[in-house]
Every structure is written in C-alpha cells, then in structure tokens.
Design a protein around this ligand. Sequence first.
Ligand SMILES: [Zn+2]
Length: 146
Amino acid sequence: MSANDSVSDETQQPGQAAVDRELVEAALEVARTYARGDNHTVAAAGRNADGRIVTALNAYHFTGGPCAELVLIGAAAGQGAYELTTVVAVGDGERGVIPPCGRCRQVLLDYFPEVRIIVGHGSELRTVRVLDLLPEAYIWADHQDD
Ligand SMILES: [Zn+2]
C-alpha cells in the first residue's frame, strides 16, 4: 500500500471532521521533496483559519530539536498564520501519517485549544480534537495568575 492509498479511503465516524486530504497531500509532498538524511525526517502541514496551508520539517538535534509540528507553529507565525485549525505530520520514506508525540500534543493544545489532528494508519485516517489525544490534560492557561 502506498501513502497515497492512505489519504483516499479515510473513515469518518459521527462527531469527527472530514479528513483534509489536501493538507495530508501537502505534508506528503514536503516529505518526499525536502526530507533529507537524519536531520529532516518528518514533515507537518497546518491549515490556517483563513484557508492557507503552511508546511514545515522537523529539525532534529540531540539536545531536543523541535518536531515538525513545533517548527510548523513558528513557521506559520512567521507568515502571519496564527490560527491553525488542523495539523498533520507524515514521515519520510512514505511512512504516511504519524501521530504527534506527547510534547507536541501539549504544545498544540496550549497554542490552539480547538485544533484538530489527523491521525490513523493506512486506510483509516481520521480527524480528532487535540484534547481527545490528551485525556485529563494539563491546561497551562488555567494555572496562570492574571
Ligand atoms: Zn513531537
């Protein structure tokens, strides 16, 4: 099965948003075109509230270089895209959609509480709220003094 198969047969259950196929394709294209070596192995794409798509690659470093999703947040802000509504990450080598790590789930939640994440494998891609990926989440804003 190719990665293209994974974006054409997604399932949708009640309460889930449709899978943004264009967004998945944008991330796949960046991974195919620009992923290089061991430093850039995961691409992310984000849909901004105004409809724009922003893309990014991770920047691996042993000290904790940012995942593609975190690079995406900064890249989007650098283009004036401050309201990401959907995010997806894909691996190089046609690994397809990969879920965000724990750190990225928390950061995405704090930046964009309503953001949706495309997850799943093969023919079962689906779109879920980031909060659904973080049961009993710590909400940073709830613990600030002002
Ligand atoms: Zn991550």
